[in-house]
Design a protein around this ligand. Structure first.
Ligand SMILES: *[C@@H]1O[C@H](CO)[C@@H](O)[C@H](O)[C@H]1NC(C)=O
Ligand SMILES: [Cu+2]
Length: 218
């Protein structure tokens, strides 16, 4: 019985908590509990939100991911609203393989933003849907030559450039209206799982299958 409940709780953890933690720039908030809610994982900007300097010619975006395969958008938004009208791709969309630390040290923003405030939004298209985190930044000149300790890639973490229609669509849907329509991402014709996420899905299926087999044997 004890072993049974351990297996059950392991399963619950791996399915429910398996998201990502933005480490740099400092995020609006650290909990991943509402990370499936756009545009900022259940958080909003307020007077306590930390502000990080962000170098427009190249700065770090670092996170730890528990998914073995995700596609990631690094989006730069001008101003204090994550739904603001002016946003930019800070880096091409990447597909990251292997779970653990990931850092892209050369994310850029338009030079015209220097001196302004804005939001760095990280959106992952993961096996369990779209996941969001935001950081509040002040744009400064140049390249960050003093990268944070959190800017590192875990062993076995690799990435390459990728395309992703759902992540691209975030630019098209950016408006000043409340984001209720963005909070869910049921699969649609434009959001078919890639072969990568299908792979992860069958991995989850495999784990569940093994656990069920173990439970049966107890
Ligand atoms: C992490 O890997 C990505 C993809 O290969 C690379 O672009 C990036 O520079 C690496 N980050 C660090 C801190 O080496
Ligand atoms: Cu997850």
């Amino acid at each position: 019985m004890f072993a049974k409940s351990i297996i059950l709780s392991l399963l619950t953890v791996s399915v429910a908590n398996a998201h990502f933690t933005l480490r740099y720039p400092e995020p609006f908030g650290k909990s991943a509990a509402k990370q499936d809610q756009g545009p900022c994982g259940g958080y909003t900007l307020d007077s306590n939100t930390p502000v990080t300097q962000f170098h427009v010619d190249g700065d770090a975006v670092a996170y730890a991911s528990s998914h073995p395969e995700v596609k990631v958008l690094f989006r730069i938004i001008e101003g204090n609203s994550p739904d603001g009208p002016n946003s930019y791709k800070g880096f091409p969309i990447v597909e990251q393989y292997g779970s653990g630390d990931f850092c892209e040290p050369r994310v850029t923003a338009p030079k015209s933003l220097v001196g302004k405030q804005g939001i760095v939004q990280v959106v992952q298209n993961a096996v369990d849907g779209m996941l969001y985190a935001c950081a509040y930044v002040r744009f400064v000149n140049g390249v960050n030559s003093n990268l944070p300790d959190t800017c590192k890639n875990g062993t076995g973490v690799d990435a390459g450039f990728a395309e992703d229609a759902s992540l691209e669509a975030i630019f098209g849907s950016s408006t000043d209206t409340p984001s209720t329509s963005e909070t869910t991402s049921a699969p649609t014709a434009t959001n078919t799982p890639s072969s990568g996420s299908l792979k992860s899905f069958s991995m989850v299926g495999g784990v569940v299958g093994i656990a069920i087999a173990l439970l049966g044997g107890l």
